[in-house]
Design a protein around this ligand. Structure first.
Ligand code: F0G
Length: 399
């Protein structure tokens, strides 16, 4: 779908226009998504989007993670700093705005927790009703609680994410409900603006590598689309290599690339504690394969232990993220070891969710005395209410 209007101003004029909008106080300009509206599906004249000031997320340096991965410099575009704590908000503002334009009362999604949190918030903000289908048990509590807090109708189905998608498909055939899963094209349109914003923040100089987690594969597809469009519009001079990292227990794309050259995919039974990407039958795999081919990116998986260590390392850099986001650092380490990423190359990890999304995972990691990563574990210490006891700890830790 080509959404760029034929009368779009030239690249330099767009860059100036988008930067100048940062000084505006209009909600549509304060949104880090709608600020780039020349590159977005156009809402009918006079229609205000449903926005919670999404986007405008920071790029942080990760100096300690860089060292541990073996690169000179490492950056993270932290999409967990969106209003509901995940990258989903950038696509939800566009798709939910379109749902309202189309006159729907109800929106719905199957989710591993972040899409549902985001959809629930935007639907509530727009005065619309939201149906959430989530897998029972395998969802982080932070995300489930958001769906309740934002007053969605939440159904925990006795199945996994892939089963929820199947059920939702049938519900939609029988009830007038607008589908907000990432197969929704407007979701991808909003999410692609993260690539635009990243380039703006980096002075329109693409990094050598962008690394993203892969679940249902909407995000990798969306970012790839963003970079492709920017190249076509003359906003950037070349494409970064966009690499996709999956959890080893939920790696259908990795298998597809390895076993079938990306020509077909076989669903897997997904199992990982990074519940956001516990997906065995990803909807947007064909688009993701196209992005890998076009940008020359790698596709790889990482173990549960590698995810746990990487998450603790991102935390120890003062940034923090949820487990699914940490696959990017774990993947980078492997890519450096294999020589795909060179020490002096520039790398941006896309951190997709906030560390408060899944505090149970964090607590388990730090309290797990069996895990081998003693230097990273910082379990809470139980002491008497006594300054001596605390000073004793400080002395033991050293000056
Ligand atoms: N990281 C986080 C934190 C996610 O929530 C998701 C997907 C992904 C990565 C993977 O992105 O699916 O576009 O490849 N979460 C979806 C959800 C499936 O329902 O919240 P993807």
């Amino acid at each position: 779908m080509a959404y760029v209007r034929s009368g779009t101003p030239p690249a330099d004029a767009l860059k100036t226009l988008w930067r100048e909008r940062k000084l505006s106080l209009a909600p549509v300009d304060l949104s880090g998504v709608w600020r780039f509206r020349e590159a977005l599906p156009i809402l009918p004249a006079g229609v205000e989007p449903v926005t919670l000031r999404e986007g405008n997320t920071p790029i942080y340096g990760l100096p300690r993670c860089a060292k541990s991965a073996g690169v000179d410099e490492l950056f993270a575009k932290h999409q967990g700093m969106n209003p509901t704590g995940s990258f989903k908000d950038t696509g939800m503002t566009t798709a939910l705005s379109m749902a309202r334009v189309k006159g729907f009362q109800w929106v719905g999604c199957a989710s591993t927790g972040n899409t549902s949190a985001s959809m629930a918030a935007y639907a509530a903000h727009a005065g619309m009703r939201a149906l959430v289908l989530i897998p029972e048990g395998k969802i982080a509590w932070g995300k489930l609680s958001q769906s309740l807090d934002y007053a969605a109708s939440t159904c925990q189905l006795k199945t996994d994410f892939d089963g929820c998608v199947r059920v939702l498909g049938e519900v939609i055939r029988r009830f007038p409900l607008y589908l907000l899963n990432s197969v929704n094209p407007y979701r991808l349109e909003g999410q692609k603006t993260t690539a635009y914003e990243m380039m703006e923040q980096l002075g329109w100089a693409p990094p050598d590598h962008v690394i993203v987690p892969g679940g249902n594969l909407g995000n990798s597809s969306a970012l790839g689309k963003g970079f492709r469009e920017m190249l076509a519009m003359g906003l950037i001079a070349h494409l970064p290599k966009l690499s996709i990292v999956q959890a080893a227990g939920a790696n259908p794309l990795v298998r597809s690339m390895r076993e079938f050259g990306g020509e077909r995919i076989e669903p897997v039974h997904a199992e990982t504690r990074a519940t956001a990407i516990r997906i065995g039958n990803p909807a947007s795999w064909k688009k993701a394969v196209a992005v890998l081919r076009e940008t020359g990116g790698a596709c790889l998986d990482v173990s549960e232990e590698e995810i746990g260590v990487a998450k603790a390392e991102v935390g120890a850099d003062g940034v923090g993220c949820e487990p699914a986001s940490a696959v990017t650092l774990a993947g980078l380490k492997k890519l450096v070891r294999s020589g795909f990423v060179k020490r002096g190359e520039s790398v941006v990890l896309v951190l997709t969710g906030h560390c408060l999304k899944d505090p149970e995972y964090t607590m388990d990691f730090h309290r797990d005395t069996a895990a081998g990563n003693a230097s990273l574990r910082k379990p809470p210490v139980l002491l008497d209410a006594d300054a001596e006891a605390v000073i004793d700890i400080l002395n033991r830790l050293g000056m």
